[in-house]
Design a protein around this ligand. Structure first.
Ligand SMILES: Cc1cc2nc3c(=O)[nH]c(=O)nc-3n(C[C@H](O)[C@H](O)[C@H](O)COP(=O)(O)OP(=O)(O)OC[C@H]3O[C@@H](n4cnc5c(N)ncnc54)[C@H](O)[C@@H]3O)c2cc1C
Ligand code: SF4
Length: 338
């Protein structure tokens, strides 16, 4: 008889791992707290580095759910160890007794309003990278008639001790460059600035996108932090920054400012940590047994991780880890039968 495995979080990691577990002969019980499966991928429009449509990546994940018991708008109420199993109670009244649980709870976008100096939630023309994706996805252009000068602020809530996160969120440099190019296609005459600390274009073809942004789209890259944003009487923005390469203070009138909010641990991470007696790192993400040698295995027997639940990752990295976690669970469950 096939064994159940509980998978918590129905984003790309949870979907791909569930399918892989099903293909290996298990019956995954996939729990998603939101009304829809798909996680953050369902919110993105076109993906870096090559503009692949997010929906074309998500569609096959959602089409092949045969053999997976999935429940949306469902959360975990309790998890308890009973002999060599875990007893999981869900908010929909169901429960499961399993030998393996996979945590694929992903990330939350850093709350940009916490960086008060940027005026997110106060000034209409200050938006986040996620708002920008929602605009692109809806096909709507920004509702402002004049979009002539646009700024992107990198590292919002990342690499920032004051925001409580020293780490790099990894995907926001390349997302800024991608979105800057996309805006330039919509507003060819606009002047677009990217304010960065340093550019982390680590992935395959990322550097090509950066060079294209400079050479073909004329995006202006300014090394320096934005220190203050204010609004004039017409609702336009005044952005103060320092160009640290030239040691020059800048004050630029802008029509739109896009904050590259970073990745923060998912809201329920601490509650799950307490229920299962596992650990999180200083950054608040789940901590595997070894971030080098066993990134999918927790410190407790039968608990596994995949995707951004253990820290910032791209979609290809997430999908690779989802497969790896399913194989690690298979190995673990087979080892119990010996
Ligand atoms: C602005 C932005 C743009 C990006 N663009 C790209 C791109 O172009 N290309 C690329 O490769 N990567 C991109 N990424 C990264 C990409 O979004 C992630 O790699 C991917 O979403 C990770 O998938 P995941 O399944 O680990 O997490 P998520 O997508 O966060 O999914 C986690 C799921 O778990 C659910 N969940 C959380 N907690 C619970 C709980 N307690 N109980 C039940 N369900 C729960 C959530 O609701 C969610 O559905 C981008 C990231 C950002 C911030
Ligand atoms: S990827 Fe770039 S914008 Fe994001 S935190 Fe790292 S350095 Fe900052």
């Amino acid at each position: 008889m096939s064994q159940n495995v509980v998978v918590i979080g129905g984003g790309p990691a949870g979907l791909v791992a569930s399918r892989r577990l099903r293909d290996l002969g298990y019956t995954p019980i996939l729990i998603e707290k939101e009304p829809m499966l798909g996680g953050h991928l369902a919110r993105w429009d076109r993906l870096f580095p090559d503009g692949t449509e997010a929906r074309s990546v998500l569609k096959p994940m959602l089409e092949d759910l045969d053999g997976i018991k999935y429940f949306t708008e469902t959360e975990v109420l309790s998890i308890n160890r009973l002999k060599d199993t875990w007893v999981v109670k869900f908010s929909n009244g169901l429960s499961a007794q399993v030998r393996a649980i996979l945590l694929t709870t992903g990330f939350d976008l850093f709350k940009a309003e916490k960086k008060e100096e940027y005026g997110y939630g106060i000034y209409e023309r200050v938006i986040t990278n996620a708002d920008m994706e929602a605009w692109f996805k809806s096909g709507a252009t920004p509702q402002f008639d004049d979009v002539n000068v646009i700024g992107f602020v990198h590292c919002v809530g990342s690499r920032d001790e004051k925001a409580g996160n020293r780490q790099c969120s990894k995907v926001c440099c390349v997302t800024a460059v991608k979105q800057a190019c996309e805006l330039k296609e919509r507003y060819p005459k606009a002047t677009v600035y990217c304010f960065y600390m340093d550019l982390r274009m680590f992935g395959r073809k990322f550097e090509d996108l950066y060079l294209k942004a400079q050479k073909e789209y004329g995006i202006r890259f300014v090394r320096g932090r934005v220190s203050e944003v204010s609004e004039d009487i017409d609702g336009h923005l005044f952005v103060k920054a320092e160009d640290t390469l030239f040691g020059k203070p800048l004050k630029i009138k802008m029509d739109l400012l896009v904050l590259m909010a970073g990745m923060a641990p998912a809201a329920g991470t601490q509650a799950l940590t307490r229920m299962m007696g596992i650990q999180t790192g200083e950054d608040g993400f789940f901590l595997p047994q070894s971030i080098v040698a066993s990134p999918c295995t927790s410190s407790r027997e039968g608990i596994f991780f995949a995707g951004t639940a253990t820290g910032p990752k791209t979609i290809p990295e997430t999908l690779g880890e989802a497969d790896a976690a399913a194989l690690a669970i298979d190995r673990y469950l087979k080892s119990l039968e010996k």
